[in-house]
Design a protein around this ligand. Structure first.
Ligand code: LMR
Length: 329
């Protein structure tokens, strides 16, 4: 892997218009941590194909799925160093750099896919992406995976008290840690690529994730109690290294932007479909217990999580929060 990484960073060269290599191919290494047959995996492939078509092969996007190049703990640093040019970390992972992004991790901030689409493609989405620039990164789009559900190896999680005393895997995000503490549970941060091994070693009792991640990584084999709660949202910031971006010829930036717009529209629809298909797949396994929260039960969860909104407002004010709650415009 070390040799491979060195080879990649040395091979990737962007040629300015003034330089001799005007017609040399530009290679974009796009590293991500999930399987290929997931909303992010498929969007990355679609984007690669569109960029190649739109630039007549001048730009090649090489996609590295499954954390094969960098794990989610390493990918932001790798992007900043310029070892890869493009990544799509989950919102939660961006919160380590930009704490305001925690707004997207608030449980029940999105009611349905329509809400998600409005925020991701509207003014609030633009503002969130603009925050990345202060950190030397260019945000190109927000991609969607889907609503997070709760799974456990203990029992179905229906009432807030069902979480009490259990250990839950979380992504690195303070809001997510607080969310589980409010339920009387203990959060532990585990990088995505270690979740499967940690499950084998029984290092935690439950987690929240999308159906697509639960299905493609086989988590349900260890945690057969699945509650359809749709309480949180898993989305991604699609980011390029800023100095790489600025060195790209203008017409190439334009083609990449076009490809990204098309991919994002496609991803919003495809992600919903994918999670539905994967749920149907999981349902075929008769060892899985599936429970869908009623509206009344969802209300109880919402009440339990109300302090998270108060704390967020105290720390960051209410402007972005209200904007998102009002549909992102
Ligand atoms: C997770 O860590 O559970 C997710 O962020 C993985 C991903 O990128 O979908």
């Amino acid at each position: 892997i070390f040799m491979m990484k060195r080879y990649f960073s040395e091979r990737n060269i962007v040629y300015d218009d003034e330089q001799k290599g005007l017609n040399k191919q530009i290679v974009i290494y796009f590293s991500h941590v999930v399987a290929e047959n997931t909303p992010k995996g498929l969007a990355a492939q679609k984007f690669a194909q569109l960029v190649e078509e739109k630039t007549n092969g001048r730009v090649k996007v090489e996609v590295f799925p499954n954390g094969s190049l960098y794990s989610d703990e390493e990918e932001i640093d790798a992007l900043m160093r310029g070892d890869v040019q493009m990544i799509a970390p989950s919102f939660s992972k961006v919160t380590e750099l930009i704490p305001e992004w925690q707004v997207l991790d608030l449980p029940f901030i999105f009611e349905d896919y329509h809400d998600v689409e409005k925020v991701f493609t509207g003014e609030a989405g633009k503002q969130l992406l603009a925050m990345l620039e202060k950190k030397g990164m260019k945000g190109l789009a927000l991609w969607s995976n889907g609503f997070k559900q709760m799974i456990s190896n203990r029992h179905l999680l229906i009432e807030p008290r069902d979480f009490s005393g259990l250990k839950f895997r979380v992504m690195p995000s303070e809001i997510l840690e607080k969310q589980f503490r409010l339920l009387g549970a203990e959060p532990i941060i585990v990088p995505f690529n270690h979740v499967y091994q940690s499950l084998e070693k029984h290092e935690f009792d439950g987690q929240e994730n999308t159906i697509s991640n639960i299905c493609s990584k086989g988590f349900y084999q260890f945690q057969p109690y699945l509650t359809i709660s749709n309480h949180g949202y898993l989305g991604y910031a699609v980011i390029v290294n800023q100095s790489f971006w600025e060195r790209l010829p203008k017409e190439i930036q334009q083609k990449i932007t076009e490809a990204m717009k098309e991919t994002t529209i496609w991803n919003l629809k495809q992600s919903k479909r994918q999670n539905e298909q994967d749920l149907a797949k999981i349902k075929q396994n008769n060892k899985i217990h599936i429970y869908e929260l009623t509206n009344k039960e969802r209300e109880k969860w919402k009440q339990k999580f109300a302090p998270l909104y108060e704390e967020f407002e105290m720390e960051f004010g209410d402007k972005l929060l209200r904007q998102i709650q009002n549909g992102g415009s």
